[in-house]
Write a protein that binds this ligand. Structure first.
Ligand SMILES: C[S@@+](CC[C@H](N)C(=O)[O-])C[C@H]1O[C@@H](n2cnc3c(N)ncnc32)[C@H](O)[C@@H]1O
Length: 387
């Protein structure tokens, strides 16, 4: 009886997340990557012999990788909107000669006549990417950083709460403790109101945050929070204790744009030195709209030296996480590095009993977990493969 109930509840969970994935993959959700790609630059330590398999999300991480000139990057994502944006970010330095044009397009997210510029960037890319930007070039005339579901949600949040760039400048004059207190008093009551609680727990809001049901359950259990509204308030307080000056995630959320006055307050790929390095990179890029599991199934043995999976494993149940890790072990070179982020304390490698084949680099992982300025993940795990 209990067993039958457990099986049907697993089936139900699987069906919810399948529906989530189908909805999510057709929508433009994010325009930035919510992971600290400056941290990843250090832990991946790419060089000219590297071959990377990376889930792109909105592409800030993949674009930063190009400046290290790895031999190849296979950028994949289930979501065509995100992968097409990632392709622009990664390819623009090699096709747009001037840093100013590049920064206006992708740093400010705006251009008066984007169509010819985008056509130049996408000319040699897969035809679906070219077609995507022919259809969606208007995003850059209206402003990239106002587009996508997450930006729309943050825009509504700013209007309702009254927080904006001047509030942020004021908050950055406070010490970390007072900033966290300001978040609690200014934003706590709004976020914990009954209406907000209902919205925050809705499937639509999960899509907007890019958190599926499996990841939501892991997150609430680990953080011991009653609901997503409680979690979001605590998360914002954690963010408030970081260096607000260089934390581009805070600027993006509160000011609706990056701080263009500080070169170290934007994602690394938008910095002039990375742009110059990426311009001459000879990296072979591939863009594939596929499930990471299928990408691994198709890849030959010893294909990759680096894997960057974002937090996508949190979207998977335990048997599918095992399939992901088996795919890594089959396609990895000896000594390959794997980077994943997770909202839980349990680790999928241990759960799968694969610790001897995927050795966690504890020092590197702990440092990266502390440094990630999104404060969204319990752990950044870095593993080294014994092939
Ligand atoms: C896991 S989501 C979550 C948000 C992420 N932490 C970020 O900062 O953007 C990031 C991206 O992973 C992609 N993704 C999720 N599961 C995937 C899978 N099995 N294969 C390929 N891409 C996947 C989503 O389409 C999305 O673009």
């Amino acid at each position: 009886m209990y067993e039958r109930r457990a099986v049907s509840s697993r089936l139900l969970d699987g069906a919810r997340d399948l529906a989530f994935r189908h909805t999510f993959q057709g929508l433009f959700v994010y325009n930035i990557l919510f992971e600290d790609s400056e941290v990843d630059e250090e832990i991946l330590a790419l060089d000219e012999g590297s071959d990377v398999l990376a889930i792109s999300g909105a592409g800030c991480g993949v674009a930063a990788m190009v400046s290290r000139s790895p031999r190849s990057i296979t950028a994949i994502d289930l979501n065509g909107h995100h992968l097409a944006l990632a392709a622009l970010k990664a390819e623009a330095p090699r096709t747009l000669g001037r840093f100013g044009t590049f920064y206006d397009l992708l740093g400010r997210g705006w251009h008066a006549a984007p169509r010819p510029l985008l056509a130049r960037i996408t000319r040699d890319l897969p035809t679906w990417i070219d077609a995507h930007w022919r259809e969606h070039h208007g995003v850059f005339r209206r402003g990239l950083y106002g587009a996508g579901l997450t930006s729309a949600m943050l825009g509504a949040f700013r209007r309702l709460s009254g927080v904006d760039e001047s509030w942020l400048r004021w908050a950055s004059t406070l010490d970390a403790e007072r900033r966290a207190h300001a978040v609690e008093t200014t934003l706590g009551p709004l976020l914990r109101s009954p209406l907000s609680r209902a919205w925050m727990s809705s499937p639509a809001q999960l899509v907007t945050l890019g958190i599926n049901f499996a990841q939501r359950d892991r997150l609430l259990a680990t953080e011991q929070r009653a609901d997503m509204a409680d979690y979001v308030v605590e998360h914002l307080k954690r963010l408030a204790t970081t260096d607000v000056g260089t934390n581009w995630f805070i600027w993006y959320a509160i000011a609706g744009q990056f701080d263009h006055e500080r070169a170290d307050a934007v994602p690394p790929y938008l910095r002039r030195d990375r742009f110059e390095a990426a311009r001459t990179a000879r990296t072979r890029m591939r863009y594939e709209r596929v499930n990471v599991l299928d990408a691994l199934d198709r890849a030959p043995r010893r294909a990759y030296s680096h894997y960057a999976f974002l937090d996508a494993a949190d979207w998977l149940d335990a048997p599918t996480q095992r399939r992901l890790l088996d795919g890594v072990l089959r396609t990895a070179r000896d000594g390959a590095r794997v980077v994943t982020r997770t909202v839980e304390d349990e680790c999928m490698v241990e759960r799968a009993g694969l610790r001897s084949r995927l050795r966690r680099l504890d020092d590197v992982s702990e440092r990266a977990s502390r440094a990630d300025r999104t404060r969204q993940y319990r752990h950044v795990h870095v593993y080294e493969v014994s092939a």
